[in-house]
Design a binder for this molecule. Structure first.
Ligand code: XMP
Length: 511
């Protein structure tokens, strides 16, 4: 796809992914690259503009990150954020000084409206500042465009060369209307046309896959999750029956999930769909196993074995399809070649599958963009908007050993929970929600009889990144109905509790 691109040069800041998100929200493609990128590589990418990120270093420290100074000679607009601004000022022969103490928090910043960078913003804007060094003297050609009570140069511009710097972080929500600053830079200053749209992406990707793969064969491990499903559909639209999708049913998926995936990929798309019914194999291996980590390991290994056996039946394929998405690429380390996405937390699929090349059609996309592509190519909403589901599946939601009976209890309870959340239109509010079958039994009374049955825990969290999470405040009235329904409809459950711990200290999953 022809890309109009903004290049984000990474100086080690913690908000770099957010900068990329903000640019993408303007329908402009961007990528984050390490500061060690060569000038030739930058020229090759031919960006419309460059953003220098923030970073924790002082420009005067020994290993202060720097990039090739020739970026300033490319005639391309540059926006430096925080450390990025200091780096710009220092390199262009201004002066950067060290303050006695760090300025941190939301500050009132006076913006000088005449700068294009701030057009549409109020004169006084609350911005997140986080810095110790500051620009004391502007480089030649620059004007001051913002200040605070304590920071006399909180923004600078060289209108002629289109170089801009801000001492605060426009990419975070703590900065009022920060997205407008990014928008002004990307659209008004760099002149990007905002053409990075997912309908066009889908169309162009399918065309280019068609050209690249031609009548060769590709293989895809389909998990039923969003990423692998969208990748598979793009490939199916490009090469049809030359794509084989292998779907390993380990018996640990949620109620109806296997049928849903099978139905879509056999009826809606024209691919070779191989479902491997491996439930017994997995349950045999898991018999009597109670340790969460052991469960994960067994499932991971067995998954590889099953996939390998099926792949062997197909023989050599030319391409292996992976659902890698952009956050995987960023997280696996910039500058290094990206690690192949592991399946179910075990690395190395390519080691044992005989293939020539990997195709990763979603490598450039964020999750919400993947969902948009999914919709474009005709995947149903329930699949596209699916909440994350761990590779080891229900195995880590059954505390203690796993049996067929326990699996059935959990599937039914979880299904009721999901059904009620859907009925109450709460799906979008919750990041992840599921039932857990504990290994506790307690006494209850049903009719005139005493029962001694399982305890189900309900877990629902709200989070952006799954690294931290808050327990969701589902209204009691809804919890009450869920509890009544589970106890009435699922045999061997007589008590329900709601997990009210956030992460940390708890994790989202129970195992
Ligand atoms: P925790 O429980 O660590 O979960 O707070 C964070 C997110 O990761 C998912 N998760 C897993 N995903 N394999 C996966 O593919 C795993 O072994 C695994 N363990 C946890 C969890 O569902 C949540 O979204």
């Amino acid at each position: 796809m022809e890309k109009e691109e903004i290049l984000i040069i990474d100086f080690g800041g913690q908000y770099n992914q957010l900068i990329a998100r903000r640019v993408r929200e303007q329908n402009v493609f961007c990528e984050v690259v390490p500061h060690t990128i060569s000038i030739e590589k930058i020229k090759e990418k031919n960006p419309r503009g460059i953003i220098f990120t923030g970073g924790p270093s002082s420009i005067y420290s020994d290993n202060a990150p720097k990039c090739d100074e020739k970026v300033f000679e490319l005639g391309i607009p540059i926006l430096g954020i925080c450390y990025g601004m200091q780096y710009m000022a220092y390199t262009l022969k201004g002066d950067v000084k060290r303050a006695d103490k760090r300025e941190y928090g939301q500050m009132r910043v006076n913006l000088e409206n005449k700068s294009k960078l701030f057009s549409g913003l109020k004169k006084e804007n609350i911005c997140l500042m986080s810095h110790t060094d500051y620009v004391d003297k502007l480089p030649q050609g620059f004007d001051k465009i913002a200040h605070t009570n304590t920071c006399k140069i909180a923004g600078m511009e060289d209108k002629k060369r289109k170089f801009y710097g801000v001492q605060f972080h426009p990419e975070v929500n703590h900065t009022e209307n920060g997205y407008k600053i990014i928008k002004n830079f990307v659209i008004e200053i760099c002149g990007c046309k905002a053409e990075w749209k997912m309908d066009l992406f889908a169309k162009k990707t399918i065309e280019s896959l068609k050209r690249k793969i031609g009548d060769k064969k590709a293989l895809c491990a389909l998990s039923g999750g969003v990423d692998s499903s969208v990748a598979a559909v793009l490939l199916s639209k490009a090469i049809g029956k030359n794509l084989t999708c292998i779907f390993v049913d380990h018996g640990l998926l949620r109620k109806n999930e296997v049928e849903e995936v099978e139905n879509i990929f056999t009826n809606k798309f024209d691919v070779n769909f191989v479902k491997v019914d491996a439930k017994d194999r997995f349950l045999n291996k898991l018999k009597g196993v109670t340790s969460p980590e052991k469960k994960r390991k067994i499932i991971g290994e067995e998954f590889i074995r099953v996939f390998e056996e099926e792949a062997k039946k197909i023989g050599t394929v030319d391409y292996l399809v992976q659902g890698t998405i952009y956050p995987d690429v960023i997280e696996s380390g910039l500058g290094k070649s990206s690690v192949i996405k592991s399946h179910h937390n075990v690395g190395g699929l390519p080691d044992y599958v005989d293939f020539k090349e990997i195709v990763e059609p979603l490598r450039d996309l964020f999750k919400d963009e993947v969902r948009k592509v999914g919709k474009e190519v005709g995947l149903p909403d329930y699949l596209v908007n699916r909440q994350p589901f761990p590779g080891p599946g229900l195995a880590i939601r059954i505390i203690g050993d796993i049996t067929d009976e326990k699996l059935n209890i959990l599937k039914e309870a979880d299904y009721i929970f999901r059904e009620e959340i859907a009925k109450n239109n709460m799906e979008k509010e919750l990041s992840q929600y599921f039932a857990v079958l504990t290994d506790t039994r307690s006494v209850g009374v049903m009719g005139d009889e005493r029962t001694y049955d399982y305890l189900i825990a309900l877990r629902a969290v709200v989070t952006d990144d799954f690294m931290t999470a808050k327990f969701a405040k589902i209204p009691y009235e809804i919890l009450e109905i869920i509890s009544q329904r589970i106890v009435n409809e699922v045999e061997h459950v007589n008590r329900i509790v709601y997990d009210i711990t956030s992460k940390p200290p708890a994790t989202i999953e129970w195992e």
